[in-house]
Design a protein around this ligand. Structure first.
Ligand SMILES: [Zn+2]
Length: 359
């Protein structure tokens, strides 16, 4: 890819909807946090290279299960307010450096309570730091709390009640994620989605990550009515599911590199982005885990351009669509849209009238 194109991708004000807080723990931060804990989580202190190897996924791996094992160290270390504040701040500044103007950060607050914090304290800490870093770095941020697929319905409902006071106060949505092979059926926890909607949260769910999961995803969309789905590239092989996504205007928040790392596709060329775009399915592009997956959103744009999956104007359109589907108040969307339109003006690569969004 020529340098001017990578520069252009980097300069574009970008929208990123699918981003995990615990996949953003930087190796140096992990070293600092481990040292402060006297390395009690390890047999001996690790070097930067060793920590990097434990946090950044080489690809491909054999499975989603193997990919999820890279969350082990973040799970051990992100158990204090200080650690949560730091990872939140660093992720937002990393995004600012890559010219991401809006992002949604998700995490499961109940997984950060092993050393005494309550779910409520975890949410308060991340919300507060996110608001401060967002102001300083000039990135608009909304947060999403994740219910865990392998937790019981009671546990997930309890989490919802604890986060309820923060609905609409920076905490915009609820997701449902975890190891799909062990507990594939979100339908069994329908009450979780009903309650989340009742509390005013927007709904997304991780789904369609495994081969052959398309029929189940269709059923989940019909019954649970998420506004968006995290991943779901396998939908491309199922015309009826594509039609459903199109008709219900459900966006797939795709993360190609993460799926390659999980061994779902051999290379960027075989990733079904182009197929989904041609089928008219709403899609957005994200990194999933900036540190685990070892890339920025502009890197991912370049990967997709290089593989011939999209051209630059299509990337721009997907970026605008992502803003349209964001869990963000309409007036904020309008404000960001005018910022995007200003950037796109005088750029012959993106000819046409200023974009408008259906809000
Ligand atoms: Zn994800």
């Amino acid at each position: 890819m020529e340098r001017w194109m990578t520069d252009l991708c980097r300069a574009m004000p970008k929208v990123e909807l699918h981003l995990h807080l615990d996949g953003a723990l930087l190796p140096k931060t992990a070293l600092d946090l481990s040292a402060a804990r006297q390395w009690r989580d390890f047999e001996e202190p690790l070097s930067y290279r060793q920590m990097y190897g434990r946090l950044v996924v080489p690809h491909p791996l054999a499975s989603q299960e193997e990919l999820l094992s890279y969350f082990e160290i973040p799970g051990l270390l992100l158990q204090t307010e200080k650690a949560l504040r730091r990872v939140t701040r660093e992720l937002i500044w990393e995004k600012a450096a890559d010219h991401v103007c809006y992002c949604e950060i998700r995490w499961a607050p109940q997984l950060h309570t092993a050393e005494g914090l309550s779910t409520r304290q975890v949410v308060e800490t991340v919300l507060k730091e996110s608001a401060a870093a967002s102001r300083q770095a000039g990135v608009t941020v909304r947060l999403i709390a994740v219910g865990i697929r392998t937790h019981s319905l009671e546990q997930n409902l309890k989490m919802l009640e604890e986060i309820a006071p923060f609905a609409g106060k920076g905490l915009a949505g609820v997701d449902f994620a975890g190891l799909e092979a062990k507990a594939p059926d979100a339908l069994e926890q329908e009450a979780f989605f009903l309650r989340a909607r009742e509390l005013g949260f927007a709904i997304t769910l991780h789904g369609g990550e495994l081969p052959g999961s398309a029929p189940r995803l269709a059923e989940q969309i019909r019954q649970l009515r998420p506004a968006r789905v995290a991943h779901g590239p396998g939908s491309a092989d199922d015309p009826a599911l594509c039609a459903l996504l199109r008709e219900q205007n459900v966006m797939l928040d795709l993360c190609p590199t993460s799926n390659l790392q999980a061994g779902l596709y051999p290379d960027y060329e075989s990733y079904p982005l182009r197929k989904l775009v041609e089928a008219g399915v709403p899609v957005s592009i994200s990194t999933d885990d900036s540190v685990l997956s070892g890339l920025t959103l502009s890197d991912e744009y370049v990967n997709l351009l290089q593989a011939g999956q999209v051209d630059f104007p299509t990337l721009w359109r997907l970026n605008l669509d992502a803003l349209g589907h964001a869990f963000l108040e309409p007036e904020e969307k309008t404000r960001l849209l005018s910022r995007l339109n200003i950037w796109a003006s005088n750029l012959p690569d993106l000819q046409g009238n200023p974009a408008e969004l259906e809000l």
